[in-house]
Design a protein around this ligand. Structure first.
Ligand SMILES: [Ca+2]
Length: 423
């Protein structure tokens, strides 16, 4: 998509015959503005202009020859085209570069310039009860940037901007709604619900900085609906969700089946509503977390994030009473040290530095209150070489009385280069 602006170029220097021997002044100005690369000059012949401009040439009364008048007049107008690309608005929000008229017609608000001043950065921000097909729309609470303390349902319908859109990425720039109830950690007061695409777990609490990919299907499909439900006690909610529409052919498309998709050799993964101080692991979760395999990397290591709040780290607390030390639990059985209810699935996980027995052992499910691929009270760095790099998180709908005050998980990951040891 491109925008077009009809531009009246006032070449004052050209019009003054004394200075007409240096017509480059106007061209330099346009070059400095980057206009020349973007402007088409359908009726403008610079060579002809320069020749006519040369004082040595015969001219008629210091003005254009009558036979040239029409073309000279038309040459003062030109059409500037620029792509409707992403732009950074003056407020810090991202928008789409377009003309003022296009921006107001499409319901956006202009916020700073783009395309060297020929376009305006058009921000799309909307709230309850609306729909959008604009890529990069921000979905905010009523009254944003003030908080919202009320009960009700606030939804936004997201319509594909093009049938070629396959995924919708949600970035939680701001996301504070009431957290889960403290007994079973179910989101029964406030909820964020995504419907219309593949099933996505309902979340609540504080999720600033997190993201989700919603599978929107191929071709013309039902729109995706985002809904914030607020109920119960008084609470200052605030949200600002950026909605990015991702074409099927985009290199930014996430792998299929990944609710979260991370790129880069290293990074950090967190469960929803994770916070070492007060965040509670959410119940009723079931989703995949993917890390794009970077070129020449064959394995991935996970380590629990530093916890600067608690004496004993709660950066990985999925089961047991995390108010006291809880060992790592592994495996899918129903014994006391197995992970029958809530787990993080790390495909064929082993602890780094562990001397493997002749028959190498690895586990898949990890839970408990310590991050390790073995039954242990000591946290470990865990390696997986199963490809693609992917984790699955599962949590059932029950916590109490066995599982108390668990925080969920925060893991730092580092991809491992292909060597003799990691292949
Ligand atoms: Ca549970």
């Amino acid at each position: 998509m491109v925008s077009k602006v009809l531009l009246l170029v006032l070449l004052l220097k050209f019009c003054k015959s004394n200075d007409i021997s240096s017509p480059n002044t106007a061209m330099k100005w346009m070059a400095s503005k980057g206009v020349l690369n973007r402007v088409s000059f359908p009726r403008w012949n610079f060579d002809g202009l320069l020749n006519k401009a040369n004082p040595a040439n015969k001219r008629e009364s210091g003005f254009w020859p009558s036979s040239q008048k029409e073309s000279r007049f038309l040459s003062l107008f030109t059409v500037v085209t620029f792509p409707n690309g992403a732009c950074a608005g003056a407020s810090g929000d991202n928008g789409t570069c377009m003309t003022a008229r296009e921006c107001s017609t499409r319901g956006g608000s202009a916020n700073g310039q783009c395309a060297n001043g020929f376009g305006l950065c058009c921000i799309f921000m909307t709230s309850c009860g609306s729909s959008t097909s604009e890529n990069g729309t921000y979905f905010v609470n009523a009254g944003y940037p003030s908080s919202y303390d009320g009960a009700g349902s606030c939804d936004l319908t997201v319509i594909k901007s093009h049938p070629d859109v396959c995924q919708i990425r949600l970035d939680f720039n701001r996301f504070t709604i009431a957290g889960p109830e403290p007994t079973n950690h179910v989101c029964n007061q406030d909820q964020f619900i995504v419907s219309g695409g593949n099933p996505i777990p309902t979340i609540c609490g504080v999720n600033q900085g997190s993201h989700m990919y919603v599978d929107a299907g191929v071709g013309t499909t039902q729109p995706v609906k985002l809904t914030f439900v607020t109920s119960g006690n008084s609470y200052e909610r605030i949200w600002k969700v950026k909605i990015t529409q991702i074409p099927c052919s985009s290199i930014y498309k996430a792998d299929e089946g990944c609710l979260q998709y991370y790129t880069g050799v290293s990074g950090q993964l967190r469960s929803f509503n994770y916070d070492p101080a007060s965040g509670l692991q959410l119940s009723n979760q079931d989703y995949g977390i993917c890390v794009r395999m970077e070129r020449n990397f064959c394995g991935i290591q996970y380590t629990a994030c530093p916890d600067n709040v608690n004496n004993r780290s709660r950066a990985f607390t999925l089961s047991g009473n995390s108010n006291g030390p809880v060992n790592a639990m592994i495996g899918s059985g129903t014994a006391i040290n197995n992970c029958a209810n809530d787990w993080l699935l790390v495909p064929c996980a082993t602890n780094v530095g562990r001397v493997q027995p002749a028959q190498a052992l690895c586990t898949d499910r990890i839970c408990g209150g310590t991050f390790s691929a073995e039954l242990s009270m000591t946290a470990a760095t865990v390696l997986s070489t199963v490809k693609p790099f992917r984790l699955w998180f599962h949590a059932d709908n029950i916590e109490a009385p066995i599982d108390i005050d668990n925080r969920g998980f925060c893991l730092n990951y580092v991809q491992q280069p292909c060597t003799n040891n990691v292949a």
